[in-house]
Ligand binder design. Structure first.
Ligand SMILES: Nc1nc2c(ncn2[C@@H]2O[C@H](COP(=O)(O)OP(=O)(O)O)[C@@H](O)[C@H]2O)c(=O)[nH]1
Ligand SMILES: [Mg+2]
Length: 136
């Protein structure tokens, strides 16, 4: 083993666009569990939450810790004007946490949880890209 590297991504887009499937295929690892249909009586979320899915993938002796931030609920409501806020907050928080560690005298055990890549999925249906984030 040559050491463990970490990579964090943020995954954003409406439900059912294939985000989880894409990430599982990209890393060749079941980072996201297969989708389980909801019971009709099950309560649906009323706000966007951030869920972190992690896995360690290994290729030719190099281990990579993959963290994927999912934002279930993004763009799924009638009013999606604030859907972007938890996503941006999660990116900012991780950046701030890294900066805080960089300011310390001892930076030996620095953990880098910053988001390295943001993937935004656009629905292939409809006539145009509906801007959820663009107005702010
Ligand atoms: N036809 C087709 N179906 C896909 C593709 N990617 C995902 N799916 C299906 O679309 C559904 C939603 O996928 P999922 O990855 O859970 O979407 P998410 O809600 O954006 O994470 C699942 O039933 C997948 O099997 C694709 O490239 N083509
Ligand atoms: Mg998903």
């Amino acid at each position: 083993m040559l050491g463990t590297h970490a990579h964090s991504s943020s995954l954003t887009g409406e439900s059912g666009l294939g985000k989880s499937t894409f990430v599982n295929t990209l890393f060749g690892s079941p980072i996201f569990e297969p989708r389980v249909p909801k019971e009709p009586s099950e309560e649906t979320a009323t706000e966007v939450t951030i869920q972190v899915h992690s896995a360690t993938v290994e290729e030719k002796g190099v281990k990579l810790k993959v963290n994927v931030l999912d934002a279930p609920g993004y763009g799924d409501f009638i009013n999606n004007a604030s859907s972007w806020k938890p996503v941006v907050a999660a990116i900012d928080e991780r950046f701030d946490a890294f900066l805080e560690q960089e300011r310390k005298v001892n930076r030996k055990n620095t953990v880098d949880n910053r988001i390295h890549a943001c993937l935004y999925f656009i629905a292939p249906t409809g006539h145009a890209y509906v801007i959820v984030v663009g107005k702010y």
